[in-house]
Write a protein that binds this ligand. Sequence first.
Ligand code: NAP
Length: 310
Amino acid sequence: RAHNICLNSRNLWWHYLFYGILTLEKFSRIVVGCWRLLDWQKSTEELQRYISDAVDLGLTSFDHADIYGDYQCEAAFGQALTPVLREKVQLITKCGIGLVSSARPAHRIKHYNLSKSHIVSSVEQSLTNLRTDRIDLLMLHRPDPLMDADEVADAFESLRKSGKVLEFGVSNFSSREFELLNDRFPLSTNQLEISVVQPDALFSGIMELMQQLRVAPMAWSPLAGGRLFANDNERLQSVHDTLTSLSATYSATVSSIALAWLIKHPARIYPVVGSGKTDRLREYVRAMDIQLSRQDWFAILRASRGVDVA
Ligand code: NAP
């Protein structure tokens, strides 16, 4: 079975080589993150309006995880998702982290679990919560030191065959971790923390691997979870000042420019934004039209790292 999966993976390689970047093509370039969904304190009707407004703005992909909101976010979203809306959106979710929670009384300690039985049962629960028959993209939330790549590939293959999950990816995986699993089963993405405040992933080698494999990465907390606007230390202040100084040049807000900075990267980064406010989503969409000049891109990098490039 593992051998067959390898062959499938090789076929996909040829596909990548001939047709260029294929992954994430059906997802919106800016993804709406639902981690903070319960903080938004929306009624089901308000959440339905928010989803519908996002879709109207072209933000059709929604990022979840089983654990968000202490295992409650998916179900709140599912309640607001009408059958008509379901056909217009792409649902992303993750599994693999076990939280100590009253929702999971068997958990005595925070842990990871990428066993086949956990992956499959987590998907079943996500399908129920989200009130859908398919997950568009399933990610392993974090690398697990006990991950058996063959077992994960087997789980993915059975979920793919049953049509319950259409695409598979990972999150927070290093280059080696990504290569290991991608060798067994073709992965569509790696969701990483990347922003104007946290650019380390651009220098760890992972972005080169993503480009090499033509796998588009996603960037979580692309506005540093709101810290970009807190101005509570000198570095953050400097990044914010640099973005502000570019606002007039590009007739755009600080947020739009921060997202445009990610979008300019040749690995084809998909930012996963986390605001519950439709007006902010409207700002974010503007980022896709901004063509940052090379020197402005480096000015933001310098502000972020505190030094010029060598
Ligand atoms: P973010 O977009 O970087 O930050 C969102 C936060 O910034 C919200 O609290 C938002 O508040 C605030 N904000 C945005 N614009 C602002 C402004 N102009 N002034 C003040 N505050 C502002 O994203 P995030 O929520 O941290 O993460 C996004 C998504 O990434 C999550 O929902 C989740 O799906 C995913 N994620 C994945 C991982 C992983 O390990 N894979 C980890 C973390 C997150 P308002 O709501 O008031 O706009």
